[in-house]
Design a protein around this ligand. Structure first.
Ligand code: F6R
Length: 260
């Protein structure tokens, strides 16, 4: 895994946006796997800027979001549908029919999840998956103890994640218990993965994911097995890494052709 430590969340987000933009320029019909939450917001803002100021073209891009709450209609302000349209899709030229977000109101959830996996396959697989990380090491909503081979399915959120996500709902009691999430195996099938983390609240999870043992108790640790994974973090999220000087050393000596 490549560890990229930047002074601020903004600097880290701009690097992540450049990775996405480079892919979209090289492969206009790229398939993007996308995350919600506070972490990727600045990356989306930068991609919107690139679309508006530099003509970055999303017209042939296909997207698949990681997850959605079960029981929320798409127009609910705390739904991930609303989040993605408000913060990203409405501001770029993506085609509505190429956007995929799990359906929290699916009447038969297992059948919906199978179809979601089939749709990813039919699109040619995910070229680049953007991830955040939970304080407990979750990716998507694969909470600790999730199978590292799991596929898209229903999961139950931990009390910690419900608390962390309460803001959009006004109170932790209103956060749904269940979500539909891509599995860890689904995420690992992406050709490239970028995991973002900002702030000291993510430092333990990042250290466990990057330097700890691979374990279902820290689902993000499976990214150690991914052939093209980048962990792009700010200083605060890097504070618990033991080999921090080595990661800086490697990044500072990157060959020019590898830089974005
Ligand atoms: C969101 C998702 C989650 C978040 C994680 C971090 O689609 O899959 O794994 O990335 O909970 O959330 P924030 O960024 O709000 O700290």
């Amino acid at each position: 895994m490549e560890i990229i430590i930047q002074p601020t969340p903004e600097a880290a987000s701009i690097i992540a946006a450049r990775h996405v933009a480079r892919l979209v320029r090289d492969k206009p019909n790229a398939v993007l796997g996308l995350a919600t939450g506070s972490t990727p917001l600045v990356m989306y803002r930068e991609l919107v800027r690139m679309h508006k100021e530099q003509g970055l073209d999303f017209s042939q891009v296909t997207t698949f979001n990681l997850d959605e709450y079960v029981g929320l209609p798409t127009e609910h302000p705390a739904s991930y549908h609303a989040f993605m349209w408000d913060n990203f899709f409405s501001h770029i030229n993506v085609q509505r029919e190429r956007v995929h977000i799990p359906d929290g109101l699916a009447s038969h959830i297992p059948a919906f999840c199978r179809k979601y996996e089939e749709a990813i396959g039919a699109a040619g697989g995910i070229d680049l998956q953007v991830l955040g990380i939970g304080g407990d090491g979750h990716i998507g909503f694969n909470e600790p103890s999730s199978s590292l081979a799991s596929r898209t399915r229903i999961k139950t959120l931990t009390a910690e994640t419900r608390r962390d996500n309460a803001q959009a709902f006004g109170s932790p009691d209103k956060v749904p218990f269940h979500v539909i999430t891509m599995g860890v195996g689904t995420i690992m099938d992406a050709r490239q993965v970028i995991i973002l983390a900002f702030g000291s609240k993510k430092a333990e999870a990042i250290a466990a994911a990057v330097e700890g043992p691979i374990t279902a108790m820290v689902p993000a640790s499976i990214l150690q097995m991914h052939p093209v994974a980048q962990c792009i973090i700010d200083e605060a999220a890097a504070t618990k890494l033991k080999r921090i000087e080595y990661y800086r050393w490697v990044y500072d000596r990157k060959p020019d052709w590898q830089k974005v």
